[in-house]
Design a protein around this ligand. Structure first.
Ligand code: SUD
Ligand code: ADP
Length: 322
């Protein structure tokens, strides 16, 4: 029998939108207790893992070298994909050699859509295939939670309720497809800074009370019914006032999306990406065109959700040699 030379594995991993993001109090471990409903959407990163003598990471994206956010992504141990390789190796307790990780970004960097988490999830799923580890879903979820609060959802995809710091997931019934317009902002917002800003705003709350999201029942009902109008009314993000406080220009983006005819607009997670729910595909294309013309975003895209989590899409095209 001839030996098998492992060929590269390619994984696609999705961005997420928080349809409901209820933020509780700051916990002693520095995280906030969350009640959130995640939806994975069809904006994806593509991660290629190739066996190699040394570890390397490359990151490319539609904006090319001129994209400052892309240029800010670390290419060493600071990259979540690099940490994910280490985490898998620690978990299995043996070296399977090194890998080159080539990331093609479709998800805005530091945009509140879990792009780094998507890449980490892609590495977990991809190494499971490349190194023939046969790790169970639960094992992948445990490794994922150690890498970041959003990583388990990036592995799982679909629609899910996230509790704890966001890592504890329960699948949610969702009917049909929802259509989104995504306004990618220039610049980034740091997730820990946005959480800190929310704590600051809440500490001064007596002056101007902040609404709290409460239970996600309205979002869950709208999802089960597959009803975009009801979902639009139910969208809520406790981090939005903090993101708007740090980036007041996002108010204009949100207004422009609604003026362009979207059912509703919301800041995605910690921002600064803003997302707009539309009635159907055609409506989303119209809203996207109008929003592009309004000049309030660096780029405007359309996406649908829910979609699958991180999945191997191609490990055969390059031809495994037998
Ligand atoms: C806000 C959310 C909403 O889904 O996503 P993004 O908008 O960043 O994509 C998440 O809570 C981000 O999750 P993730 O980006 O994985 O965060 P982590 O690496 O686990 O944590 C980064 C930092 O964010 C803060 N953090 C994160 C999660 C949480 N439940 N409470 C927090 O206070 C903490 O300061 C923590 O040190
Ligand atoms: N693979 C990666 N892709 C994107 N950002 C990464 C990655 N690894 C580390 N980072 C860093 O993580 C930070 C958050 O990025 P990202 O996950 O895209 O945003 P968010 O947490 O808002 O969803 C960025 O400042 C970025 O430099």
């Amino acid at each position: 029998m001839l030996s098998v030379v492992p060929s590269p594995v390619v994984v696609r991993a999705p961005a997420k939108i928080n349809l409901h993001l209820g933020v509780g109090d700051l916990r002693p471990d520095g995280y906030h207790e969350l009640e959130t409903v995640f939806q994975a959407v069809s904006l994806t990163d593509r991660v290629r893992l190739s066996p190699s003598d040394t570890r390397s990471i490359t990151v490319t994206g539609p904006g090319g070298a001129a994209d400052r956010a892309l240029a800010s992504v670390p290419l060493d141990g600071g990259n979540l994909a690099w940490k994910a390789v280490d985490a898998v190796r620690d978990h299995v307790g043996e070296s399977h050699g090194e890998v080159s990780v080539d990331i093609a970004k479709g998800i805005p960097v530091a945009g509140g859509m879990a792009g780094g988490s998507a890449d980490a999830a892609a590495v977990l799923v991809g190494l499971n295939r490349l190194w023939r580890l046969d790790l169970e879903r639960e094992e992948l979820a445990t490794i994922a939670a150690g890498l970041g609060s959003d990583v388990p959802f990036s592995v799982q995809g679909g629609t899910a309720l996230g509790t704890g710091r966001g890592e504890s997931l329960t699948r949610v019934l969702s009917r049909g497809a929802f259509h989104w317009v995504i306004a990618v902002a220039a610049g980034e917002l740091s997730t820990p800074e946005v959480y800190r800003e929310l704590d600051t705003l809440r500490a001064a709350e007596r002056a101007e009370p902040l609404r709290r999201a409460g239970a996600p029942d309205a979002v869950l009902t709208a999802l089960a019914a597959g009803d975009p109008k009801r979902l639009a009314e139910a969208l809520v993000n406790d981090l939005q006032p903090a993101a708007l406080s740090m980036r007041p220009a996002l108010r204009r983006t949100l207004r422009a999306g609604v003026e362009a005819g979207a059912l509703a607009g919301i800041v995605s997670g910690s921002g600064p990406t803003c997302v707009f729910l539309c009635a159907d595909d055609e409506h989303a294309v119209r809203v996207a065109a109008e929003l592009s013309g309004a000049g309030v975003a660096r780029a405007v895209r359309t996406a649908t959700g829910p979609v699958a989590g991180a999945r191997v899409v191609d490990d055969e095209k390059t031809g495994a040699q037998r």
